[in-house]
Ligand binder design. Structure first.
Ligand SMILES: [Zn+2]
Length: 238
């Protein structure tokens, strides 16, 4: 299978579903990580161009940990809108990855870039398969299944499927730590909580729900068309 996760910012995918992606990669599936914005406001001292360059390097390093292919969309951080340029770019991301399964932000997430990125994914899903919706890449044959990944700190998100990531928590931590600039940034704006503390607290809480050390939670996007035999989180027996 091909797996595509799309996050609004560099580090969102690592925070919410990198364990599941690591497991998919370990099973031999092809993983793509699409990032909508370049993170160019996430610094207390660098310029926008400088921090964007740093964050691209960090994202590349995180992808390398699991052999994922990075799709860098390069929109401005905090200014993501659901319009023709962004939707065309997301359609191209889907056409590049040809995913069976996608992981996206959900509608109850706290951050506007997250909510809008998730909405664009939902809105790009079917047009990516339409020949006369012309972008830079040809249409895909298969409309992917979508899953919402967890919200930061799990707030306002009730999972309906869990993936036990206890065996790959070190990989998830390693991927997150590639975003060194954001560890410093989060400590500055969120009361000194480290980037890994935030992740591990939520992963442990989701794990407690299914009696394992660490888990990630998901919800299926139940939207038309839902074709073929279907399981929540294909490949995990769920
Ligand atoms: Zn984010």
């Amino acid at each position: 299978m091909n797996i595509l996760a799309i996050g609004a910012h560099p580090d969102d995918i690592e925070m919410q579903c990198a364990g599941t992606l690591a497991l998919y990669a370990r099973m031999g599936h092809k993983v793509f990580m699409g990032i909508a914005t370049n993170g160019n406001v996430g610094s207390p001292d660098l310029s926008r161009d400088q921090i964007a360059a740093v964050r691209l390097k960090e994202a590349e390093a995180a992808c390398d940990v699991i052999g994922a292919e990075l799709i860098w969309m390069d929109f401005d951080d905090e200014w993501l809108f659901n319009n023709r340029p962004t939707r065309s770019r997301f359609i191209d991301a889907i056409r590049q990855a040809k995913p069976d399964v996608m992981f996206i932000h959900g509608p109850t997430d706290y951050h506007p870039d997250h909510r809008i990125a998730g909405q664009i994914c939902e809105d790009a899903r079917i047009p990516s398969s339409v020949r006369l919706v012309e972008t830079t890449l040809p249409h895909v044959e298969q409309i992917p299944h979508l899953f919402y990944m967890d919200n930061p700190a799990g707030i306002d998100f009730q999972p309906e499927a869990y993936v036990d990531i206890s065996a790959v928590i070190d990989i998830k931590r390693e991927m997150l730590l590639k975003h060194a600039s954001q560890d410093a940034w989060l400590r500055a704006i969120y009361d000194d909580a480290s980037i890994t503390d935030l992740m591990e607290t939520n992963a442990a809480a989701r794990g407690a729900a299914i009696s394992v050390a660490y888990a990630e939670g998901f919800r299926e996007v139940k939207t038309f068309p839902r074709t073929g035999s279907f399981s929540l989180l294909p490949g995990f027996g769920i």
